[in-house]
Ligand binder design. Structure first.
Ligand code: PMP
Length: 446
């Protein structure tokens, strides 16, 4: 028996069509995880693997947190499910109120979803419906950004700007895109680049092209994660905010990665000092334990729906999910938030962010690396493409890392790091050393 298979048969392995995975390669060489604790996974072949991306950016407080498990268990045996529509359970209100303490002032109405993708769809639908309620039904066009990632549903891939995620699935919704902010002059910049705020002025061009009366919202990740960790140039988000205000366009921040600590703060909005109209979250909200997302909305937007809602027994917004504010997810989120607060984990992440910045930029000059970026407790490295095979090297680097006992993510021409907030400086050093070794091996054709 191949111990990498965790006792599974080839037939079982073949049955699961895995998401965002090269299934044929995976099923030849499976990477199966059987347990996790703190910052480490146990692989099926019994090795301890350092979690260099906190799951998928969502397990910042570390794995197998007893407090969360206990809260989930208690909730399941008290109230396993309550209908999400027209009826409710107390934890949803408690959690909504608690979340507002982490949101910028004014974003104090919370709509629950089950994922980042659903948070995107919810925010885009609220934006369009809002303008209709305001008597401006023409305002429907959505503006995203090249390289942006907002999940995989149709709204998300329409505003998203990663070709591989959308080109198979067209036609998309009516959307246009700003440029990404990756400027050659900012290569190897530590933290936020100083140049590039002018790119926000492209929004003026899109407004001139489409007419502001046709534009509902602009959606951006304050720090673009899936594109390979792109911090916003200084002043860029501020400029977007100004232009949106001047032209009556809603500004949505997709903070699915950046909310709840990854930036060393409660949100990217807080770190960068710009308040959107709608702020999308998911991932870290439940520390990855139960799927959940939350969309925070400016009160004035909520009030518009209430004022324009007709008789008070009628729905103000015909939107929601069977599992919106699932009681077990609410319990997991409340327990996660308590851990984040009690263990001061935003502070811890911001301290580690300096360690990561120092350490990762020491790789500058190493073969194959054409850029290094960092932002909060996240870093991205651009890897020079192999001739004719643009995506091969990041994959090979990540596989070498796995074999050395480190899990990291690869995507496009980048590899990405985002370790748990409870990591140590030594663990960051160890990860970065192994990364340097892996890159050199790939550069040498090993
Ligand atoms: N938005 C952003 C910024 C994300 O990074 C992600 C996931 N990586 C999503 C949306 C989609 O989240 P999910 O996979 O939970 O649907």
């Amino acid at each position: 028996m191949n111990d990498k298979l965790a006792g599974l048969s080839q037939a079982q392995l073949d049955t699961h069509w895995m998401p965002y995975t090269g299934n044929r390669q995976f099923k030849r060489d499976p990477r199966i995880i059987t347990a996790a604790k703190g910052c480490y996974y146990t692989s099926a072949d019994g090795r301890q693997i350092f979690d260099g991306l906190s799951g998928l950016w969502n397990c910042g407080a570390g794995h197998n947190r007893r407090e969360i498990a206990e809260a989930i268990k208690q909730q399941l045996i008290t109230l396993d499910y309550a209908p999400a529509f027209q009826f409710a359970h107390p934890k949803s209100f408690e959690l909504a109120e608690r979340i507002t303490h982490f949101m910028p002032a004014g974003l104090n109405r919370i709509f629950f979803t089950n994922s980042g993708s659903e948070s995107t769809e919810t925010s885009l639908k609220i934006a369009r419906a809002y303008w209709r309620k305001r008597g401006l039904p023409g305002k429907t066009k959505l503006i995203g950004r090249i390289n942006g990632y907002h999940g995989v549903n149709f709204g998300g891939i329409s505003v998203g700007g990663i070709g591989a995620n959308r080109s198979l699935f067209g036609p998309a919704l009516d959307a246009d895109h700003l440029s990404h902010t990756l400027l050659p002059e900012n290569r190897f910049c530590q933290g936020q680049p100083q140049q590039g705020a002018h790119l926000a002025n492209e929004l003026l061009e899109l407004i001139a092209l489409h007419d502001p009366n046709n534009i509902a919202a602009v959606i951006v990740e304050p720090m673009a994660g899936s594109a390979g960790v792109l911090p916003p140039p200084e002043g860029y988000l501020q400029r977007l905010r100004e232009i949106c205000d001047q032209h009556q366009i809603l500004l949505i921040f997709d903070e699915v990665i950046t909310a709840f600590g990854r930036m060393g703060t409660a949100s990217g909005a807080e770190l960068f000092g710009v308040v959107p109209d709608i702020l999308n979250t998911a991932k870290q909200l439940t520390n990855g334990n139960i799927p959940m997302g939350a969309v925070a909305v400016r009160q004035g937007i909520y009030d518009t729906f209430m004022e324009q809602g007709g008789p008070d027994y009628q729905l103000e917004l015909a939107h929601g999910y069977t599992y919106s504010a699932h009681p077990v997810a609410c319990a997991a989120a409340l327990a996660t938030i308590s851990i984040l607060e009690q263990e001061n984990l935003f502070q811890r992440a911001s301290e580690l962010a300096y360690v990561l910045e120092e350490t990762i930029h020491q790789l500058r000059g190493l073969a194959l690396i054409s850029d290094i970026r960092n932002c909060g407790l996240a870093a991205g490295l651009t890897i020079e493409s192999a001739p004719g095979e643009p995506l091969l090297r990041p994959f090979r680097i990540a596989m070498k890392m796995w074999n050395k006992g480190f899990y990291i993510r690869y995507g496009g021409d980048t590899v990405q790091l985002g370790m748990p907030f409870i990591s140590t400086s030594e663990e960051i050093d160890g990860l970065v050393n192994a990364l340097a070794e892996s890159i050199l091996e790939v550069a040498n054709g090993q």
